[in-house]
Each structure stands twice: as structure tokens, then as C-alpha cells.
Design a protein around this ligand. Sequence first.
Ligand SMILES: Nc1ncnc2c1ncn2[C@@H]1O[C@H](COP(=O)(O)OP(=O)(O)OP(=O)(O)O)[C@@H](O)[C@H]1O
Ligand SMILES: [Mg+2]
Length: 451
Amino acid sequence: MRIKQIETAGMWTCPEIVEMLDRYIIGQNDAKKAVSIALRNRWRRMQLPEDIRGEVVPNNIILIGPTGVGKTEIARRLSQMADLPFLKVEATKFTEKGYVGRDVDSMVRDLLENSISLVRRRAEERVQEDIDQSVEDRLVEILFPPLTGLDEDPDRKARWVRSQEKIRTQLKEKVLEDREVSIQAEQSSMPIANIFSSAGEEFDASFGESIKGLFPKKKTTKKVTVAKARRILHESESEARLDMDQILTQAIELVENGGIIFLDEIDKIAGGGGGSGPDVSREGVQRDLLPIVEGSAVSTKHGPVKTDHILFIAAGAFHMSKPSDMIPELQGRFPIRVELTSLTEEDFLCILRDTEGSLTKQYEALLKVDGCTLNFTLDALEELARLTAELNKRMENIGARRLQTVLAQLLDELLFNVPVTLQGTVNIDREFVQERLTDIIQDQDLSRYIL
Ligand SMILES: Nc1ncnc2c1ncn2[C@@H]1O[C@H](COP(=O)(O)OP(=O)(O)OP(=O)(O)O)[C@@H](O)[C@H]1O
Ligand SMILES: [Mg+2]
């Protein structure tokens, strides 16, 4: 079977992808451009005839830049919009094969699981109405079981039908959610997770799944609320309608052709730490990564997954090490290098003022819950940006993360007092900012601890 087309995200043009990222991330245009091209190329490749498609290998990317400038944030936003199997992992999570811990193959297995959920969700969407209808029918039947002998008495039947319709309406309006009903549910006779987690080792969920089938399932009658029954019935109705074999085949194909793995903190396995620490195993992890990035078949419980066309985007601060400290074979597999730049005072202002879901908007929303309206004036935001840049210069440069500590400090009192001793509208202007922060900032020792 072939993938004819990938829906949505793949269809976006590069400028559209960049525009989406622009809503959350300020600056870093080179990085945005690089990832947008990579994403669009995923889709372009999938439109190709099979023979040439096989030839086109992805151009893996490394994002390099200091801490707190948006590397992980780009990945996070990309994953929300990609609509392709996407996995974000920290390279430091892995240990060399043969040692205790997670080996790198697990990332391909995890990516496949993401792909299965994605394909399953799309399949479910197609039969959603069907499922909802059956769930409702079954709930009606449980709440209002059919009677025998109604056909002989038309009056009684008419009354019964009316009552049944009433129940159906109440179900739709969700007024019966807390009522208890008995339903039949399948239950595995062994609580798998318990057996293994008590063994003290990391419980591998996929292993649990695969041996679940070995234990007999028994049907039990359970008393649950309507809300819970709805979920249980939804699960079984959707299972009955979905062709899991087909979903698995499609999910594997989608992973092999459209999968994206974001390898964060790659610099931490790059050596260059002056010979101390677990350098040997870091290099081991790099060596283990090679075949996956290069292209090999990783076995999963659903069958082998070929990694030749999975796209890798790596990111790292490379403070202590350089990309050239990675083993040469691995460096060669990441042909595209993009640098992210340190953030400036203007950037901080834009982050506070213009990004969707910015810290200021978050605090506004939080305090709104308590009936307090926060009003940040422009000169307050400018002052915050200036102080943030100054602190980054004077102490460690932690990029936009500094905004979090600065704002937390600024609003600490307010967050405590609302709504008890403080209500209504609070204007946050330049004076407010200076009053709350200048002393702390001028006291070098104090700011080192607090900000
Ligand atoms: N350019 C930016 N625009 C908007 N917000 C940003 C930007 N850079 C960082 N942030 C914010 O700062 C925080 C930290 O950013 P992020 O996690 O991307 O850092 P990073 O570059 O991955 O750093 P590290 O190397 O330490 O992992 C996030 O909350 C993010 O929203
Ligand atoms: Mg990061």
C-alpha cells in the first residue's frame, strides 16, 4: 500500500509554517526556516513516485545556540502542528546498549506508538458519529431496558417509546452522568503492571501489552457511573469498528516516511568534557545512534521499522563541547547546521508583548480567575525587558528563562494577596516594576539568589 498524500501540516508552505512559529517564538529566523523546509520536504517526498522517493534522504538538522533561546520551544511548537509522527527525546536519557537503562532503539518504538495513535485518531474521526450513536443506543438500553409484550398493547408501547426518548434527551444533555448503571466489561485477570513494577525495574508498557493477550479475559459486571460507562462503551465500540491490522500497517508506513525525531541535548553526549565523567558511554550512545540515523531496521512488537527516511532534528547548547566533538560519522549525518542567537532587550520586549500565551498573558489569565484584572503598561514591559537583559549580562545568560524568575518576583506579593486583601484592577507600570525589583537588582548578592 502507498501513502497517497499526507493531510494538513505537510500541505503547509514554508512561509506558513514560519508564520505559525512566529506566533510563539521571537527571532531565530534561520532555525525556523530550516525546520520549515525540512517539514515541507517530508510532504514533497511523499508525493513522489516510489522509485525516486526511495532515493531522497532527509537532511537532518542540528540547532545550535545558547541556553534559553528557543531550541526546545521550536520543537514543542513544531510537534503541535506537524500532524506527523513526532517524538521529542533527550539524548541524555539513553545508555549504551548492554548497560542498564533505555537504549536508543526505544525512540523508534516510541515514535511508532505516536504514529499508531495518530493514525488511529484519524480513523476514529471518520467513524466518530457512528461510534457516538452506538454508545448512546447502548446506554439507553442499559438505562431503560426493552420490555416484552409491548406489541400487544399499543398504548403501553407509545408510553414506553416516549419515556425512552426522554432518557435519550437526558443523556444528550448529560444530566444523568452521575447515575449508577451496571455494565459488562472485559477485564484482564492479571493486573500486569503491578507484577512488574513491584519487581523494581522500569516497567516496559509495550511488554505488558504484548503478554496481556496470554492471560484469559473474563467478562464481569461492573457498577459504574454513566460518565464512566460512556468511556468504557466508547472504547469497545471504537475497537469493534477499527481495523487494527490496517492501522498498524499504515502507522508503520507513516513512521518510515514521515516520522520526525527531535533529539534534544545532543551536546551532552558529545564528549569534550575534559575526560572526566562517563565519556565512554556517551560515545557508546553516539555509536548506537549511528545506525538509526543512517538507516536500519529496528524491531518493534508490531514488526520491523526502517529508519532510513526518518528525519532527525538535533539541538544543543554546545557550551562545553562543539559539534566537532561528536564522532565524525555522526557529524556527517547532520548536514544542516543552524545557529540560534542570544536574545536581546528588544527580543525580550517582543516575547512579553507579542507572543501568544506569553508570561504576562498567563498571569493575567490566572488572576482573572480571582476577579483581578492585571494591566501591564508598555513602559512596564520595556522596563522588564531592560532589567532582564541587564541581569543576563551581569550574571549567567539564561536567555528567556530569566523572564520567568523576574516576573515571578515582580508578582509574588500580588499573587499572594489577591483576592483577600487586594481586588479589582491593578496597573503594572514602570514605577511598579522599579519599586518591586530595583532594590533586589542593585543588591548583587541578593539578586544572585532570587533572580
Ligand atoms: N525566541 C524565543 N521567543 C519566545 N520565547 C522564548 C524564546 N526563546 C526561549 N523562549 C522561552 O524561554 C523558555 C526556555 O526556552 P527553551 O526551552 O526553548 O530553551 P532552549 O534553547 O531549549 O535551552 P536549553 O539549551 O537550556 O535547553 C521557554 O519557556 C520559551 O518559551
Ligand atoms: Mg532545551
